[in-house]
Unconditional design. Sequence first.
Length: 260
Amino acid sequence: MRWLRYTLDGSTRWGQLEGDQIAPGDGDPFAGWTAAAGKIPLSSVKIEVPVVPRTFYCAGKNYAGHIAAVSAAGVYSADVPAEPYVAYRATSALIALDEPILVPQDSRELQYEGELAVVIGSRARRVAEGDALRHVLGYTIYNDVTERGWQRRDITNWRAKNSDTFSPLGPWIVTDPNWSTMETIVRVDGVETGRFRTAEMIFGVAQFIAAISRHVTLHPGDVISMGADGDSPNLRPGQVVEVEITGVGILRNPLAAGTD
């Protein structure tokens, strides 16, 4: 099943995506959703960010290749974490499919990080790993846009990863992806620049849910992005970045020059 947030005629609603048609309805997948009559062509709507989380968590240093690549660039140490490394993202930076990533005028090392993002479906507190996935609604795609020069200087990544438009998320939520075949593929201007097996994380989804919920309550609609592998070329205005996760979809965003 694919859940979609969309806007049509000035109204934003949740629907279920069936091929290139949307089954509309009332409510949401967290508190309850009721199907309405008819179908809506996907091409006739504005696709929105699939969820605006109460809290946006993220996994740091969760793929071996990325740790090696970014530490070689002098961003952080090459140490592999002994337990899930949890950080946060600003919801103010969220943008949807096809919305532009604004490149700050003083940016010199803007890069992508294509990531799987987990959407929590039900309240979770002190959850065991074996029960963790029962609290997941589904999965979407996240591009953790990062300014590496700023990241070297910003202890909290407050601007390096949280500047306006640095968090593309979408295009929809898939409830039942095939983990055994899932790959994350990134393209810049249609040319593949990165590919890795999505499931080859150092710590998996269940481990992160268990670690976070031990201390902090996870609420319906919260998001956990699971990290990226490999490295990225430096991006510039005029390019287009696509993050594809097989079985989930493609998150595409152009880059434009910021005005600040």
